[in-house]
Design a binder for this molecule. Sequence first.
Ligand code: GLN
Length: 308
Amino acid sequence: MHSNRDYQKILKNIYNQLLFEEDFGTVASYIPELAKVSPKKLGVYLQTNDGEGYAYGDAIEKFSIQSISKVFSLSIALSILGPSLWKRVGVEPSGTAFNSIVQLEYEKGIPRNPFINPGAIVIADILVTYLKNPKQDFLNYVRSLAGEDTIDYDLKVANSEKITGYRNAAHINMLKSFGNIQNDVDEVLDFYYHQCSLSLTCKELAQAFNAFANQDKPFLYNGITLSKSQVKRMNAIMLSCGFYDESGEFAFRVGLSGKSGVGGGIAAILPRGLSIAVWSPRLNKKGNSYMGMRFLEEFTTETDLSIF
Ligand code: GLN
């Protein structure tokens, strides 16, 4: 599919075009370890469903995937709990920042969706309940999705976030007060900080996300299985909630299902077509990679490969 296109040239042209644009935004600093990353990094990896891969720029350098990991954790929780998962977390865009706490009280401890921090913390609680060895099982699953055994947590990043994670501590305590956390709050946060600290390259990320794009291939990775309908739902939530209060903007400008992280990564998919991961650490005011969004906007405009 799409193999008549010269993807290598397309990636190169967009990359070179963006080098001449002013790179707005700032590297995340509320997790001190992330502030050490060079703002100049820019990498991209495209994986077609036919198995072709195209890299450009800093595509095989590891970075902190942060909230992109919420896609992996959600898929495990959905596989384990099925539709009863939606009793504990909603599927509506929040219209608020990823770390906003305002809705939790009037939503009575049921976060609007699994990608804002309180929603992802509920998912982390579910994984701590159901996985035998939560951190190891989660890691094995991501390794299996990406087809790369060397993927690992970055313990410096996990620890850096733990030390400064006052906002997430507020979320989990609020959730617990409403009865939507079953385990010890510190154990759940420890798991959550590890999942966010996962360090992947654009190549590994695009390979992992291809599982969600390649809907004609059975979804079975390290014992985690999703039906076609469940993969469809994953992709729908990425589209409507993957970029917090910029999800509408991402759909409008890019038109792919995807997920961002404050490490500057964006992983996106065209269902039944391809997966693509971009990394550029400078974030816009909504906490999404400025250049990552620009890159994908140019990519879907140039190729006409979007959901719409
Ligand atoms: N670990 C980060 C946090 O909890 C993830 C946020 C993000 O990537 N948007 O704040």
